[in-house]
Design a protein around this ligand. Structure first.
Ligand SMILES: Cc1cc2nc3c(=O)[nH]c(=O)nc-3n(C[C@H](O)[C@H](O)[C@H](O)COP(=O)(O)OP(=O)(O)OC[C@H]3O[C@@H](n4cnc5c(N)ncnc54)[C@H](O)[C@@H]3O)c2cc1C
Length: 393
């Protein structure tokens, strides 16, 4: 009997992680990616232990060590003065799974390299999922071709890892569109300077914040500045006009202005929000941003996608082992149930952080006082529920 075969739409962080988790459990996968190239400039990712453990379980510890930085903690600062509100130091040598700081493209390359070594994963680029039709023991999936020619492939199930503007989510009957939050994130990288600390620094100001941390094995600093915007633009990113960001940063502390002044090109992401999807319908499941886009104020979007991958792969392997092809819809339902509460909580906490980060005076005083009172231990305990997550395999 041939190995069970599933189709994953999208070769972003969520799609590649899903393919690897499935393949590791002996399930064959075809990953279909609409794009033909994978260049993603100027963007970093914080990968906390909750998803870091999944990556370690995929055997990626060493390649990630080569390209990442283990964070030594978090420093929260005031926008205008730059003075520190609270610091939360980590001891990376005492953490079994580091809090990793990575370039998105580096994490993507590590996952892609791993995918290419797996004989049971096939990657089809330049083809997008357009439609799907459920059959008695599987699903047939229509793809758009590079030269206008379509093709149809078959699998036991379809996993939509096709991001915020997910076509697969539409196919589940959920066409509620993402809504613009009124914020955009400007991202750039600059060369690291001697003495830069290997940690995350967060600057909080009224209706704005900035975050920066080292990436690329410590050679570069990733910077994200969030500001309000009148209009949104669909799509992954666009180039930013440096006069706008310079003006936005004019009231910031000198250290932040000096750091950002060395940035060459800025890329801008409009920030969208969307209700969580049902996450599963019949033989279709959704992972990552397709299921539950997360505002970047808790740095968890990619991490949640990686968690999704681990849980879905485990449940599919269990059901396929017991019930064969007939078990796929039940596995998808189990998955949606297993993930609903957690993804809703992470989405809500991210929104809450956004509101808190951007408070104006005098509410910002109360926020800073509360953060000070929490101190390093209180702040760290506050996120135990998030970072201590483990798939119950
Ligand atoms: C400013 C900012 C900072 C962030 N910081 C962090 C952070 O520090 N930590 C963190 O964990 N997360 C962070 N995130 C969130 C994170 O980037 C996303 O949640 C994550 O990349 C989503 O991955 P994904 O695989 O679900 O979707 P995507 O990365 O969007 O991938 C979707 C893929 O599907 C493809 N595709 C689309 N349609 C089709 C189709 N019809 N058929 C086939 N393929 C298709 C696309 O081309 C794409 O390759 C941040 C986000 C932003 C905007």
């Amino acid at each position: 009997m041939s190995a069970p075969h599933l189709v994953v739409a999208g070769a972003g962080i969520g799609g590649l992680a899903t393919a690897l988790c499935l393949a590791q459990r002996g399930i064959a996968v075809t990953v279909v990616e609409k794009r033909t190239g994978f260049g993603e400039l100027g963007a970093g990712l914080q990968i906390s232990a909750n998803s870091g453990r999944v990556l370690d379980g995929l055997g990626l510890t060493l390649p990630l060590k080569r390209v990442g930085v283990s964070s030594h903690g978090l420093s929260v600062r005031r926008w205008r003065s730059g003075s520190e509100v609270v610091a939360m130091p980590y001891q990376p040598e005492q953490m079994p799974t580091p809090f990793r700081l990575l370039k998105r493209s580096d994490l993507h390359t590590v996952l892609l390299d791993a995918v290419r070594t797996m004989p049971n994963i096939r990657l089809l680029v330049g083809r997008g999922v357009e439609d799907a039709r459920e059959e008695e023991s599987g699903i047939s999936i229509r793809l758009s071709g590079q030269n206008g020619q379509g093709e149809t492939i078959h699998g036991l199930g379809l996993i939509g890892a096709d991001g915020l503007w997910s076509r697969v989510r539409d196919l589940t009957g959920d066409a509620s569109p993402p809504t613009f939050t009124g914020y955009e994130a400007w991202r750039a990288t600059v060369p690291a300077r001697p003495g830069d600390k290997p940690r995350v620094t967060l600057h909080l100001g009224p209706a704005r914040h900035a975050v920066h941390y080292p990436v690329a094995a410590g050679r570069e600093i990733n910077i994200v500045v969030v500001r309000q915007a009148e209009a949104a633009r669909e799509g992954w990113s666009r180039e930013g006009d440096r006069t706008i960001i310079t003006e936005h940063l004019s009231g910031a502390a000198p250290a932040l202005r000096e750091l950002t002044a060395t940035a060459g090109d800025w890329l801008v992401w409009s920030l969208f929000d969307r209700k969580p999807a049902a996450m599963a319908k019949g033989r279709i499941a959704l992972v990552g941003d397709a299921a539950h886009p997360v505002l970047p104020f808790l740095a968890q979007g990619a991490s949640l996608a990686i968690e999704d991958a681990a849980v879905l792969a485990r449940l599919l392997a269990e059901r396929l082992g017991h019930e064969g092809a007939a078990g796929v819809p039940m596995a998808m339902t189990d998955y949606a149930k297993a993930r609903a509460a957690r993804v809703a909580r992470v989405q809500a906490e991210s929104r809450g952080n956004g509101r808190n980060y951007h408070l104006g005076w005098p509410l910002s005083l109360a926020r800073d006082l509360a953060l000070k009172r929490l101190g390093p231990t209180g702040l760290s305990r506050r996120y135990d529920w998030l970072y201590d997550w483990r798939d119950n395999s």
